[in-house]
Write a protein that binds this ligand. Structure first.
Ligand SMILES: [Zn+2]
Length: 76
């Protein structure tokens, strides 16, 4: 669905409504357990985030926090 609307300069804008699917992206340990963020962050550049395996308690340093929600355009 698209709607026309003028911005402050009087230009017409169009908006596109695209269906998406949402996912929870989970990082898995080599044992198959899910990694959970511990809330800690290393002050490296780029930052690293501390995670712990729920299954075997192994520690990981990852470049982003898991689990995380991602959105992808729905494939039709
Ligand atoms: Zn594990």
């Amino acid at each position: 669905m698209m709607r026309a609307k003028a911005d402050k300069a009087g230009r017409d804008l169009r908006f596109d409504y695209v269906p998406i699917d949402s996912y929870e992206k989970r990082a898995l340990c080599e044992c198959g357990g899910e990694l959970q963020s511990c809330g800690g962050r290393l002050r490296t550049n780029p930052a690293l985030y501390l995670h712990r395996c729920k299954g075997c308690d192994k520690r990981y340093q990852l470049d982003t926090i898991y689990p995380r929600v991602i959105h992808r355009e729905r494939k039709i």
